[in-house]
Design a protein around this ligand. Structure first.
Ligand SMILES: *[C@@H]1O[C@H](CO)[C@@H](O)[C@H](O)[C@H]1NC(C)=O
Ligand SMILES: *[C@@H]1O[C@H](CO)[C@@H](O)[C@H](O)[C@H]1NC(C)=O
Ligand SMILES: *[C@@H]1O[C@H](CO)[C@@H](O)[C@H](O)[C@H]1NC(C)=O
Ligand SMILES: *[C@@H]1O[C@H](CO)[C@@H](O)[C@H](O)[C@H]1NC(C)=O
Ligand SMILES: *[C@@H]1O[C@H](CO)[C@@H](O)[C@H](O)[C@H]1NC(C)=O
Ligand SMILES: *[C@@H]1O[C@H](CO)[C@@H](O)[C@H](O)[C@H]1NC(C)=O
Length: 459
């Protein structure tokens, strides 16, 4: 409530700042318009559908994975608002990057594609199946089958030889980060497994969800008090990098909510305990002074700030907080107030740029109607997702095979050692000169980032 008082005080003191979007959290039309405003700004950056450009690619500095994340966000945008303005663009970009083999491993991305990158696209194909997003034309890979393909590919990459299990960050040996097992790669596969389990009812997916959770705890990536650390390094005795990011908590939170929803008895008690623990600790991603306003605690308050990727994390955290209120309805009274205050604050920053409606990054600044000077796809996407999440109340739950869903699946796609498609990836294992140059660049980026991040741990 403190926030609304501040907003009133600010408007009175500084009458010039009347341009900010005044979200009425009780009015679905107001929420829809707010989300559309942020979506419009986000799509100014995208030109993949225009002649001469590549569908499913954002210009630098945006990495490939973020487009998959953005398309998933836009599928939800359509679902929540009913506005299909972006659907054709999403369909075109998704299909182009998924590829005719349905593997989401385009050759152009072999210098950078990690398991987490591939998984963010697969989270979008899962969303498409769960939301009843229009199906791809016949003869093209179908949403559910593509998700299963990625699940099968990634589970064959599970590595028991180092640190007792887990998925590596990188797929290709020549990419920096091949020796790192990061939480986001494992968290993405965990959530994909839980959602496939619910959608199909196939026990194999539940078994994998349990296996990934157990390893994440045993390896120390999840602490006893449900903190989610960044990852571990194989080369230095599996030591943990302790940085905490909101999207990692969000991935495991959402996945645990799905597991809670589809289990009974002792199993359900087990998942509820985890869900409650994650939710409690997720409080670290809401600002301690501006109570209930979401922030990326490890980078937003610090001078070095957040990098391009990190600026988008609040989008996914919001997405999975919202879905948790459906899979575990008892959490709604805890989560929804936080999403509401965050959305009001988030849209309050959308007064920047030359268009006057560009959204900022630091919602927590307590300066409603002011822009912090930050702009980009991540900023817009986070405001869009936190806003549209408020529409979840009263909406149908994600579809399953038996209720609402009709996406065609293929449980064996992409799996098995004799699969010619899988062997095609192995053929890529000799990098070209161009790929090596790309890898060297990626190395520098990652190293400098890791170096500075060590200073900023969530305490
Ligand atoms: C859908 O969204 C677009 C872009 O945000 C907007 O211009 C249009 O008016 C919206 N359509 C409806 C029917 O609300
Ligand atoms: C790969 O790059 C080429 C050249 O820019 C482009 O024509 C093609 O569409 C790209 N493929 C994908 C899947 O992005
Ligand atoms: C699949 O479901 C979607 C969404 O409910 C619907 O629009 C579409 O017509 C269905 N397609 C088929 C082939 O049943
Ligand atoms: C590696 O970690 C294990 C378990 O914590 C410990 O017993 C061992 O001494 C460590 N080895 C090195 C070289 O640090
Ligand atoms: C599972 O999700 C459905 C759909 O949101 C909900 O109605 C049901 O109550 C949930 N189950 C549990 C045990 O919370
Ligand atoms: C369940 O999923 C596994 C793993 O993808 C697959 O091998 C199996 O055939 C599936 N079972 C059914 C009944 O679809």
């Amino acid at each position: 409530m403190r926030w609304f008082k501040l907003a009133v005080a600010y408007t009175a003191a500084c009458a010039v700042r009347v341009g900010a979007y005044e979200l009425d959290v009780n009015d679905r039309e107001s929420i829809k318009k707010g989300a559309e405003l942020a979506a419009d700004g986000m799509m100014h950056y995208y030109a993949g559908h225009l002649p001469g450009n590549t569908p499913g690619i954002l210009p630098p500095p945006y990495y490939w994975w973020e487009v998959g994340a953005m398309f998933g966000a836009l599928m939800d945008h359509w679902w929540y608002t009913g506005n299909d303005t972006w659907n054709d663009i999403v369909m075109q970009g998704m299909l182009h990057q998924i590829g005719a083999d349905g593997m989401i491993m385009p050759k152009n991305q072999t210098t950078t594609e990690g398991n987490d990158d591939q998984a963010f696209w697969a989270l979008a194909t899962m969303t498409a199946a769960e939301r009843g997003f229009p199906n791809p034309p016949e003869g093209q890979p179908q949403w559910l089958a593509v998700t299963q393909t990625v699940f099968n590919l990634q589970t064959t990459r599970w590595d028991d030889e180092h640190c007792d299990g887990g998925l590596r960050w990188q797929i290709f040996t020549w990419n920096n980060g091949y020796d790192y097992k990061n939480t986001v790669s494992n968290g993405c596969l965990f959530q994909i497994a839980t959602r496939l389990a619910r959608y199909t009812g196939n026990q194999t997916y539940s078994d994998w969800a349990n296996k990934i959770w157990d390893w994440s705890v045993e390896s120390g990536l999840i602490s006893d008090d449900y903190r989610f650390y960044d990852g571990l390094d194989i080369r230095s005795n599996c030591t943990i990098n302790h940085n905490q990011w909101s999207y990692n908590a969000g991935l495991y939170l959402g996945g645990s909510a799905f597991m809670y929803n589809i289990t009974t008895g002792d199993e359900q008690v087990k998942w509820k305990k985890r869900l409650d623990g994650i939710l409690w600790m997720a409080g670290v991603f809401f600002h301690p002074q501006q109570t209930d306003i979401m922030y990326e605690a490890i980078c937003e308050p610090y001078p070095r700030g957040c990098n391009t990727d990190q600026k988008s994390f609040k989008a996914y955290f919001s997405r999975w907080l919202a879905i948790t209120t459906q899979m575990a309805p008892y959490t709604a009274s805890i989560i929804m107030p936080k999403l509401r205050t965050s959305a009001v604050a988030a849209l309050g920053t959308c007064v920047g740029g030359t268009d006057g409606v560009t959204c900022g990054l630091k919602w927590y600044k307590g300066d409603w109607g002011a822009w912090d000077g930050s702009y980009g796809v991540g900023e817009q996407m986070a405001v869009m997702e936190v806003s549209q999440s408020l529409l979840i109340e009263g909406m149908p739950a994600p579809f399953t095979e038996n209720i609402g869903g009709n996406s065609t699946g293929d449980p064996s796609a992409g799996g098995g050692g004799d699969n010619p498609q899988l062997n095609a990836i192995v053929d890529l294992s000799q990098p070209t000169a161009g790929q090596k140059a790309g890898a060297a660049f990626a190395t520098l980026t990652v190293l400098s980032m890791t170096g500075y991040m060590v200073y900023y741990m969530v305490t």
